[in-house]
Design a protein around this ligand. Structure first.
Ligand SMILES: [Zn+2]
Length: 718
């Protein structure tokens, strides 16, 4: 089979996978298994993928499809016979028997034929139609010898025992001890493998071109070596041409249109390897040191190492197709599942690299892969985001513009951090490209929305949105800007980074590394005739004071701050050293915000809270504030709790909404700011004027059935 048909097979797999992901979106469990199985397979972790796919037997998934997936894994690490045997066993285990089994074998046979595994297809079809496995192609290496009565089973067993003891191949024992003609042994091997048998020939010309990139120790461990070539093919001698792992690896290393395999005894192959390298060494030392190790692309694997480790070590290269596809797969899956962040976390404790997704604000495990791949994954991500691959000791940040067929173009912000054990973590945030959210859809109470609409249309002044990272500040600012974004108004924004784009806005991304910080962009804006300025964050005195100046000279300024509550924001800006008089003049309002997960409306469960539970909630809300609301305990009062269904990934929650604390710059509040009144007094006054705290706003939303108390408590811990 040549490389193009191999590609064809991968294509078939990828297409099937894409189609199935769509179909199975209703069954989150199934799609999870499919996704991780596919990812593991892409990584070459076929055994792990197989285990993953086996889970499908307990889910409602067509058995034939499961078997096809399992078969595709089995052929990667088992010999032909073993594949057939394993798949039959699997059918037995899962109660597939009689005519159903025949049918499965029949269908599997056709699937394998489609993928170019002719031999496997033939044997499966034979099984389906109860035909004897005739001919030497599926039996053991020694079928011919037994059939010709050159050796019996007992002798073979003795030969096997001797071969282990003397560390010789069974073939060699048969030749030396049982005096079986080497030609006959060769004939048996040839019949078994369908390949030509080759003996060692010391006069065989050394194929220097072919072995220049290969290491002797590697080949002695692998037991194969190129013998011969022309423009159409490369001939390889190998101990078992039916070992698909080996032959696939050879295909990956020896890039040629066609490989022709010959079979040889282990001793003869070793003789070829040693012979070729003896000669090569002589040649090498005669030549100068021009061809040094930089040309050595082959993995340097010591013979002692276990086979499986060597397969894995092979993967550790960021440019390998598997790593490239794996990273793409992770990103695309995250994008499709509306994940906000991807966390890549190698652990020196578990020896695994965990990949977690943050969905609706909460992290969930997606997949874990061996640590041997961590560096390659990190390097790949660094390449994609134009970071320095060689720098592993310092944090870095960058951006990926992700363009792939089948998904709309989007961007990711990337941060890498050195972690213990010499590893690096990476966090990738998927930047939403959705544009601004309508101001009415943010889940604000009528009072808060009315205030926001009132202050956002003012010709000048300062409006702040505050809260910790990930509390939706930028979304709110863009929603507010969207409300006033009209051709008659010039709006400049400075953001780090630009996460939401809106037509009509002029958006600048700050780059502190080159000195383009908020303060500098802000000064430039003032020369660029703005009506409205949005400044991503008031991190320092200079930005804050420039912002206030701008807001006093006929511009509306919007910004964010990392403060917890609305009244606290005032105090912390004054603490920064801002002029209280200027600030109070410019101040229009401050909105503190958090995001809570919304209960999944498909599965949330209504329940009638006990009076005790209700009182507890009221206590938390504050009895004093109660008269402002119309909350009462009654027999038909219902609250909701999360349950979990397929639609919400069994989490019980789906989507998020804001909870808010809106303090308006009323004349009285402005007066208090001028006098630098302490936070608690500002708070009391604001409450008197109708402000609900974040927690109170959250409780109102609990009583309306949007969310639950756990969520409100989770985000309101200060
Ligand atoms: Zn649900």
């Amino acid at each position: 089979m040549d490389i193009s048909s191999e590609k064809e097979k991968n294509n078939v797999d990828a297409k099937m996978h894409a189609a199935e992901t769509v179909i199975s979106q209703r069954h989150d469990n199934i799609s999870q298994v499919l996704n991780s199985g596919y990812a593991l397979k892409e990584l070459g972790l076929y055994e792990e993928a197989l285990k993953e796919y086996q889970k499908l037997f307990s889910l409602e998934y067509p058995k034939i499809k499961i078997l096809i997936k399992i078969l595709a894994c089995l052929i990667k690490f088992h010999s032909h016979d073993k594949v057939i045997q394993k798949i039959q066993e699997m059918m037995d285990t899962h109660g597939i028997k009689g005519p159903e089994k025949d049918q499965m074998n029949h269908m599997l046979g056709f699937e394998m034929k489609k993928r170019g595994y002719e031999e496997l297809a033939r044997d499966l079809l034979k099984l389906a139609h109860h035909k004897e496995n005739q001919g030497g192609t599926t039996g053991s290496k020694y079928d011919y010898l037994i059939k010709e009565k050159l050796v019996n089973l007992e002798q073979l067993q003795t030969a096997l025992a001797l071969s282990k003891k003397q560390k010789k191949s069974v073939e060699q024992v048969l030749i030396e001890k049982f005096k079986i003609d080497k030609e006959q042994v060769g004939k048996s091997l040839s019949k078994y493998s369908g390949c030509k048998f080759k003996s060692f020939d010391p006069d065989f010309p050394v194929p220097y071109e072919l072995i220049s990139n290969l290491k002797q120790s590697f080949l002695l461990n692998e037991l194969w070596i190129p013998l011969n070539w022309d423009k159409n093919f490369v001939e390889i001698i190998i101990d078992d041409p039916k070992n698909l792992i080996k032959t696939d690896r050879i295909r990956a290393l020896v890039k040629t249109k066609q490989l022709i395999f010959s079979i040889g005894t282990i001793e003869d192959i070793e003789a070829y390897i040693n012979h070729f390298f003896e000669n090569k060494k002589r040649e090498d030392s005669a030549a100068s040191m021009v061809f040094n190790d930089t040309f050595d692309m082959s993995p340097n694997i010591e013979p002692e190492k276990e086979y499986r480790t060597s397969v894995r070590e092979n993967l550790v290269d960021e440019s390998s197709g598997q790593i490239v596809r794996f990273v793409d797969q992770v990103i695309i899956t995250a994008y499709r599942d509306k994940i906000s962040d991807i966390h890549i976390e190698p652990s020196s404790v578990t020896k695994k690299t965990l990949i977690r997704f943050r969905r609706d604000g909460v992290c969930q495990e997606y997949i874990s892969v061996p640590n041997t791949m961590a560096r390659a994954i990190l390097s790949r991500i660094k390449i994609m985001s134009n970071l320095d691959i060689a720098e592993r000791r310092l944090p870095q940040d960058g951006k990926i513009k992700f363009r792939r067929k089948g998904v709309p173009e989007f961007e990711l912000r990337v941060a890498t951090l050195p972690t213990t054990g010499g590893f690096e973590d990476a966090v990738l945030r998927i930047l939403a490209k959705a544009g601004a959210m309508p101001i009415e859809e943010m889940g604000m109470t009528d009072r808060n929305l009315a205030i926001l609409k009132k202050i956002i249309v003012q010709p000048y002044g300062l409006i702040l949105v505050v809260g910790p990272t990930g509390s939706g500040k930028t979304t709110t600012l863009h929603a507010a800007l969207g409300y006033i974004n009209k051709p008659g108004i010039k709006i400049w924004t400075a953001e780090d980074p630009v996460e939401i784009t809106q037509a009509g806005l002029r958006q600048v991304e700050v780059k502190p590394k080159i000195g383009l910080d908020f303060a500098r962009v802000m000064r430039a804006f003032l020369r660029a005739d703005p009506d409205v300025i949005m400044i991503g964050e008031m991190r320092d005195f200079e930005t804050a004071s420039t912002g206030i100046e701008a807001s006093l000279t006929g511009h509306l300024v919007l910004s964010t701050l990392h403060t917890n509550s609305a009244p606290e924001t005032i105090t912390s800006l004054l603490d920064m050293g801002l002029n209280a008089l200027n600030f109070s003049d410019s101040f229009r309002g401050v909105l503190a915000q958090r995001l809570v997960r919304k209960l999944c409306t498909d599965c949330r469960e209504p329940y009638h809270p006990s009076e005790e539970e209700f009182n507890e909630i009221i206590e938390q809300f504050g009895r004093d504030s109660l008269n402002k609301s119309d909350i009462k305990y009654s027999a038909d009062l219902n609250l909701y709790k999360p349950k979990g269904c397929e639609k919400c990934n069994q989490s019980g929650y789906s989507g998020r909404m804001g909870i808010h604390e809106m303090m308006e710059g009323t004349p009285l509040i402005k007066k208090m700011i001028k006098k630098q009144t302490p936070t608690d007094e500002l708070f009391k006054q604001a409450a008197k004027e109708g402000m609900y705290t974040l927690e109170q706003d959250g409780i109102l939303k609990v009583l309306q059935g949007f969310t639950d108390m756990n969520e409100v408590r989770r985000v309101c811990i200060d």
